[in-house]
Design a binder for this molecule. Structure first.
Ligand SMILES: *[C@@H]1O[C@H](CO)[C@@H](O)[C@H](O)[C@H]1NC(C)=O
Ligand SMILES: *[C@@H]1O[C@H](CO)[C@@H](O)[C@H](O)[C@H]1NC(C)=O
Length: 297
């Protein structure tokens, strides 16, 4: 898709790189997060990773002060007895926090990011891409979502949670897998589109919950994927959604991922309860992303 290439290139064309804080729940040394970090840096952004020292999948919004480590970090990525927080000394943008995803996001926003940004805070928060989908009910328990929601709700920083259906853990220092590269490219494309849409990047108290289908079959290059506005929970008794594709009921993210054809779900989440945001907030996001959104067949 020509559009995607353009959006990825926007910073190179003169749009500004911004300060982005990044977290995940699979651990700071997980390859998906590192590929995404590299894509954000390549796009000209001032990205800083602040993520758990090890896999803290499924911990939702838990937030507890980090405690000193006695064992090495995930994949031997830090030595034993390294304290409660630490960083890669040769790449200080890469930081770990020995606690939960929401805690690592909080430290990234309050402490770690500002130390690298001359005291300033982040302009945008991103989380993931998670190893595995975070759809519908799973959104409540997801640490990837928990980190994004901390940013949106507690710190009032626009936030996006990314998840990829292709699973299997990968260490940061193993050869880059195509799925890690494709998810990073897709996540950077949406991030850049949100930034290019101007401030405020997202309405207050919302986060985007973005789910990529598997990287396989007809869906092996970023250009083959398409973006669909969706809702997190089933909308049986909910107020109407914003109008999109000739309807005032958006497809659920589950149904988007179940449709053949490389469809990515983009749900506008309510940071207060992790369900679908109201129609007027969906409409703001729809208008911002209009040029890249498509309809399901
Ligand atoms: C993290 O742990 C969960 C289960 O606790 C597992 O499903 C997931 O694959 C793990 N992720 C990584 C990157 O190890
Ligand atoms: C730390 O950064 C260096 C590059 O500066 C890299 O070679 C190394 O693999 C990184 N280690 C971790 C655990 O991030």
């Amino acid at each position: 898709m020509r559009l995607n290439a353009l959006v990825v290139l926007l910073p190179a064309l003169g749009a500004q790189g911004i300060r982005i804080i990044q977290s995940n729940d699979d651990g700071w040394a997980e390859q998906y997060a590192r590929s995404f970090h590299n894509a954000l840096i390549a796009a000209g952004h001032d990205a800083v990773l602040s993520a758990p020292a090890e896999n803290k999948s499924g911990s939702g919004s838990l937030d507890i002060e980090p405690s000193p480590r006695s064992t090495p970090c995930q994949y031997d990525s830090c030595p034993a007895n390294s304290g409660p927080i630490g960083r890669n000394e040769t790449s200080p943008r890469l930081n770990w926090v020995n606690s939960f995803p929401a805690t690592s996001m909080r430290y990234g926003i309050d402490t770690i990011g500002p130390q690298l940004w001359n005291g300033e805070g982040p302009e945008l928060a991103v989380s993931g891409p998670n190893v595995g989908s975070n759809l519908y009910l799973a959104v409540q328990f997801s640490g990837t979502v928990g980190a994004a929601v901390h940013a949106a709700k507690n710190a009032k920083i626009p936030a996006i949670a990314f998840s990829g259906a292709s699973e299997g853990t990968l260490a940061w220092n193993s050869p880059e897998e195509p799925r890690s590269r494709v998810y990073a490219e897709l996540a950077a494309t949406l991030t850049n589109a949100v930034i290019a849409s101007g401030k405020p990047y997202l309405p207050e108290d919302v986060f985007l919950n973005v789910n990529f289908p598997k990287v396989e079959g007809q869906c092996t290059e970023a250009s083959q994927f398409k973006w669909v506005l969706s809702r997190i929970n089933v909308g049986l008794f909910s107020a109407p959604d914003t109008e999109q594709c000739g309807s005032t009921r958006l497809p659920t993210e589950l149904s988007v991922l179940d449709t053949d054809g490389c469809y990515i779900s983009v749900s506008v989440g309510d940071a207060n309860d992790k369900t679908t945001a109201p129609a007027e907030k969906q409409a703001v996001v729809r208008d911002k992303l209009k040029s890249m959104l498509t309809c399901l067949p």
